[in-house]
Design a protein around this ligand. Structure first.
Ligand code: HEC
Ligand code: HEC
Length: 284
């Protein structure tokens, strides 16, 4: 016979141990229950303050979807060229938009809408009299409002309002996407892979993966995905950098790469990225 802490008597030590064990279990269960209640309350509280933002976001996505599908006045529906689900049209080299970062889409539409400076006007990179000429950009921050021109896409982008651009960006970012790998000659793929993963250190050319992520899935608003983009589109964009029709990459990061690529490099690396698997979950 043994009298425990609470004054209750037990017949054996073993029983006491069991009792303690049970109490501990009960305490844990209680603790778990109160934790669940507390967490539940937090979720309710959080969703309470999020719901306004959430609603605004859903409204933006819906407005974006409507514009993308139906167009408005002289704005054609984006679906005509970018596919019913933003998958693009590979054969025509029209890019996929589904699952791209919303910030990236916004930037591209703004850059495409910007008027090119009139041809033949020389722009002085460095103002000669610093006291009289207000500088817009400081020397090292060449985060310039970039220029990107395309005969088809620029006139469309020019008609979009700031709200349209935001709505379209969040809509396309909300779409999930699964790439269908395109077959290509294995030697072409091997060369493309070599360039993508290794670059050309001997010419100071960094690997594509160092900026466009290990599987070419892209990174944030500044580094777009290459996997899942039509090979024609990838070649076209590199050509545009080389020809000065696209000049909207911060710090000239992509321009420096494009300038080192040969025609064969472009084809190889584009085939490699069109051959990649990729699954992207849309950001709601
Ligand atoms: C008539 C065909 C056509 C229509 C309609 C069209 N686009 Fe495009 N879009 C293009 C082409 C072609 C390009 C590639 C431009 C280039 O080479 O720079 C492009 C590029 C883009 C890009 C850049 C993608 C990237 O990866 O950088 C975005 C964003 C875009 N379009 C959004 C839209 C939206 C939003 C709409 C609807 C309001 C739309 N487009 C309607 C043909 C079209
Ligand atoms: C030092 C970083 C860096 C490296 C390395 C790099 N890129 Fe880029 N690339 C960029 C940036 C930044 C952009 C986006 C520019 C913008 O904001 O419009 C870009 C955009 C692109 C685009 C346009 C995508 C689109 O949706 O319009 C293509 C195509 C591209 N890169 C191909 C390549 C290839 C191929 C390689 C390797 C040979 C490569 N890049 C290596 C920084 C890099």
């Amino acid at each position: 016979m043994y009298v425990g802490e609470t004054g209750v008597s037990y017949s054996s030590i073993k029983e006491v141990k069991n009792m303690k064990f049970q109490t501990a279990n009960r305490d844990q269960a209680m603790f778990k229950k109160s934790l669940i209640v507390a967490l539940g309350a937090m979720v309710v509280a959080l969703s309470g303050c999020d719901s306004k933002e959430e609603k605004a976001n859903q409204a933006a996505i819906q407005a974006g979807q409507k514009l993308a599908e139906k167009g408005r006045d002289a704005i054609p529906g984006c679906v005509a060229c970018h596919g019913a689900h933003g998958e693009g049209i590979a054969a025509a080299g029209y890019p996929r938009l589904a699952g791209l970062n919303a910030g990236y889409i916004e930037k591209q539409l703004k850059d495409l809408a910007r008027e090119l400076p009139p041809a033949g006007v020389a722009i002085e990179a460095v103002a000669k009299d610093y006291s009289k000429t207000p500088r817009i950009y400081s020397d090292l921050t060449v985060f310039s409002p970039g220029l990107r021109h395309d005969d088809i896409m620029s006139p469309i982008a020019k008609q979009l309002s700031v709200a349209d651009i935001h709505n379209l960006a969040v809509y396309y970012a909300s779409l999930s996407y699964t790439a269908i790998p395109v077959a290509a000659d294995y030697q072409v793929l091997e060369r493309g892979q070599d360039l993508a993963l290794r670059g050309k250190a001997e010419y100071g050319l960094p690997a594509c993966v160092s900026c466009h992520a290990p599987d070419g899935e892209g990174f944030g608003a500044d580094f777009p995905p290459l996997a899942g983009q039509p090979s024609i589109y990838i070649v076209n964009q590199i050509n545009k950098w080389q020809q000065g029709q696209r000049d909207n990459d911060n710090l000239g990061l992509m321009k420096a790469v494009a300038d080192q690529l040969t025609d064969a490099d472009k084809l190889n690396v584009a085939a490699y990225y069109a051959n990649r698997s990729l699954t992207v979950k849309g950001q709601q």
